[in-house]
Design a protein around this ligand. Structure first.
Ligand code: FES
Length: 109
């Protein structure tokens, strides 16, 4: 799937999303999880590719940079959006995250 330029939204001040923390944002009816994996920011859709579970709300491992779907336990790599374990086998959407001044921004497409 090709990414096209999307809409930039503000997530929060950088001070509010420190290493090991996560935040959920909503845009246009979609929920997106933004994660700080020990200093590097990633964002994925909050919808598991297996059965629409609230993926970004599962157990977050900042050191491994993974999140575990709370519905059936697939482990997803936050850096790529790809599942590392079954039952999910399709990637979830990822979004570019940036820091502009003191604000974390997200590009939603
Ligand atoms: S809904 Fe996520 S593993 Fe099934």
């Amino acid at each position: 799937m090709t990414e096209t330029a999307g809409t930039k939204i503000s997530v929060c001040p950088t001070a509010e999303l420190g290493a090991g923390e996560r935040r959920l944002v909503e845009f246009d009816g979609r929920k997106i999880g933004v994660f700080n994996c020990d200093g590097v920011l990633y964002a994925i859709e909050d919808r598991c590719s297996h059965d629409d579970g609230p993926l970004a709300e599962g157990e977050f491992d900042p050191a491994a940079c993974t999140v575990e779907c709370p519905r059936h336990g697939s482990l997803f790599d936050l850096t790529t959006g790809r599942p590392k374990t079954l039952p999910a086998f399709q990637p979830v959407q990822t979004f570019p995250v940036a820091v502009e001044g003191d604000t974390i921004t997200l590009e939603v497409s």
